[in-house]
Design a protein around this ligand. Structure first.
Ligand SMILES: NC(=O)c1ccc[n+]([C@@H]2O[C@H](COP(=O)([O-])OP(=O)(O)OC[C@H]3O[C@@H](n4cnc5c(N)ncnc54)[C@H](OP(=O)(O)O)[C@@H]3O)[C@@H](O)[C@H]2O)c1
Length: 391
C-alpha cells in the first residue's frame, strides 16, 4: 500500500469535499499537506481542524487574516495568493495534487504541479481547454502523471489499454464516445428555453455540482469543454470524439476499437468513484458508494445530441477545429456569460449568442505562449462583457 501526501486545491468545492470524503475513509493511505479555498472560510476552517494540514491557502490577505484568527493555536501555516497556490502545488513533500479550483483561476497552480512532476489529479477542465498544448508539454517536461477526474475522461482512461502511449492508432482505437446526461432541459420544449431561470439550470437531474459547471451541463457547454479536454488528454482528433446522450448517467464514457469492441466504465453517478480511482491509482479503494444494481435500473437508453437545443456543443467543436486560441476564447466568454446568467443579468439563450459573437470576432488567432493566451483571455472577457452590456 502506498502512502500519498496530498495538496487539495479547491478543497471547499464539490470536488474538494468529495476528495476529503474518500481521504477520510483511508487515513492510512492519504495524508493532507495543504488545503485551499477562497470564500468559504468556515468550511476551510472545519476541514483544517479535521485534517490538520501543514498549510492552508486562500486568495486574498483579508481572507488569510480571517483564517489565521480562526486557526489560532493550531500548527497550520496560512498563505495567500496565486503564488502560494503554486507553492503548495509543487512542495517536495507532496506527491499528489488534486487540481479542483473552478475556472481559469485553476490553471497556474495546475501547471505548477505538472512542472514539478506530481501525480496531477485534474478536475479543472479549463486548464486543458485554455492551454491544452502548454499543459501537456508541462506534464511531459516535468515527468508528471496525469489522472483525469472528470467522470467521462476517467471512464475513457479506464477503458484504454495501459499504458496508454498517446497514440490512438497504435492501440487500435477508432473513437472515443463521451456520454452526456442531456442535463435538466433535454426534453423541455425548445420554445420555452428562453424562460429558463438560473435556479432551473443548476438543478441537475443526476449530479450534484458547483453552480458554474451545473449551468454548463444545462447548456451542454460542459460536454463541449470535455470534447476539447479529451482531445488533449488522449491526443485525439475532433472527428475521433463523439458525444452520445445517455440520460441515466450510468455509462460514464466508452472507447471503440477497430475490431468493433466497445469498452465502457459503469457506476452509479457519484464523483467519489473517479476521485478514488485517481487517488489510489493503480490500486483500488472503497468509496462507500452504493453498488450498481442493473436489474433495478432496468434500462439504459441512448440518443444523439440535439444541436438545435444545445448550440454550445457545436460551438465547442468549431473552436476545436479552428485551433489556436479559439478554445481559450470560448472558455473566457463562457465564464463571463454564465456568471451574468447566474446573476440574473442575461437570459439563458444569451449565453450561446454571446459565445458565438465572441468566437466569430476573436477565434482562430495563434497563441505561441501562455502570455499570448492570457492576453487573448482578457480580450475575450472584455468583448463578452461589452456584448452583454450592449444588449
Ligand atoms: N463538481 C463536479 O462534479 C465536477 C465534475 C467534473 C469536473 N469538475 C471540474 O472541477 C472543477 C471544480 O468544480 P466544482 O464543482 O468542485 O466547483 P465549486 O464547487 O464551485 O468549487 C470550486 C473551488 O475553487 C475555489 N475557487 C473558486 N474561485 C477561485 C479562485 N479564483 N482562486 C482560488 N480558488 C478558487 C472555491 O473556493 P470557495 O468555495 O471557498 O470560494 C472552491 O474550493 C471545475 O473546473 C469543474 O469543471 C467538477
Amino acid at each position: 500500500m502506498t502512502l500519498h501526501n496530498l495538496t487539495i486545491l479547491g478543497a471547499t468545492g464539490t470536488i474538494g469535499v468529495n476528495t476529503l470524503d474518500v481521504v477520510a475513509r483511508h487515513p492510512d493511505r492519504f495524508n493532507i499537506v495543504a488545503l485551499s479555498g477562497q470564500n468559504q472560510i468556515d468550511k476551510l476552517v472545519e476541514q483544517c481542524r479535521q485534517f490538520r494540514p501543514k498549510y492552508a491557502v486562500v486568495l486574498t490577505p483579508e481572507k488569510a487574516q480571517e483564517l489565521k484568527a480562526a486557526l489560532a493555536g493550531l500548527a497550520i501555516e496560512v498563505l495567500y495568493g496565486v503564488e502560494a497556490l503554486e507553492t503548495v502545488a509543487s512542495l517536495p513533500e507532496v506527491d499528489t495534487v488534486m487540481a479542483a479550483i473552478v475556472g481559469a483561476a485553476g490553471m497556474r497552480p495546475a501547471l505548477a504541479a505538472a512542472r514539478a512532476g506530481k501525480r496531477v489529479l485534474l478536475a479543472n477542465k479549463e486548464t486543458l481547454v485554455m492551454a491544452g498544448q502548454f499543459f501537456m508539454d508541462a506534464v511531459k517536461a516535468g515527468g508528471a502523471t496525469l489522472l483525469p477526474i472528470d467522470s467521462e475522461h476517467n471512464a475513457v482512461f479506464q477503458s484504454m489499454p495501459e499504458p496508454y502511449t498517446g497514440n490512438l492508432h497504435v492501440h487500435g482505437v477508432r473513437r472515443i464516445l463521451l456520454t452526456a446526461s442531456g442535463g435538466p432541459f433535454r426534453t423541455r420544449a425548445v420554445e420555452t428555453l428562453a424562460d429558463v431561470t438560473p435556479e432551473e439550470a443548476v438543478a441537475h437531474p443526476n449530479w450534484v455540482m458547483g453552480r458554474k459547471i451545473s449551468v454548463d451541463s444545462a447548456t451542454m457547454m460542459n460536454k463541449g469543454l470535455e470534447v476539447i479536454e479529451a482531445r488533449w488528454l488522449f491526443n485525439a482528433l475532433p472527428e475521433q470524439i463523439d458525444v452520445v446522450v445517455h440520460p441515466q448517467s450510468i455509462i460514464h464514457s466508452m472507447v471503440e476499437y477497430q475490431d468493433g469492441s466497445v469498452l465502457a466504465q459503469l457506476s452509479n453517478p457519484d464523483m467519489r468513484i473517479p476521485i478514488a480511482h485517481a487517488l489510489a491509482y493503480p490500486e483500488r479503494v472503497a468509496t462507500g458508494v452504493n453498488w450498481l444494481d442493473l436489474p433495478k435500473l432496468g434500462q439504459l437508453t441512448f440518443e444523439s445530441p440535439d444541436t438545435r437545443r444545445f448550440p454550445c456543443l457545436g460551438l465547442a467543436y468549431d473552436a476545436l477545429r479552428a485551433g489556436g486560441s479559439s478554445a481559450a476564447v470560448l472558455n473566457a466568454a463562457n465564464e463571463v456569460a454564465v456568471e451574468a446568467f447566474l446573476d440574473h443579468r442575461i437570459a439563458y439563450l444569451t449565453i450561446p449568442a454571446t459565445l458565438s459573437k465572441v468566437l466569430d470576432r476573436l477565434g482562430g488567432r495563434p497563441a505561441s505562449s501562455l502570455d499570448d493566451l492570457s492576453a487573448i483571455d482578457t480580450e475575450a472577457r472584455a468583448l463578452a462583457i461589452e456584448t452583454i452590456t450592449a444588449r
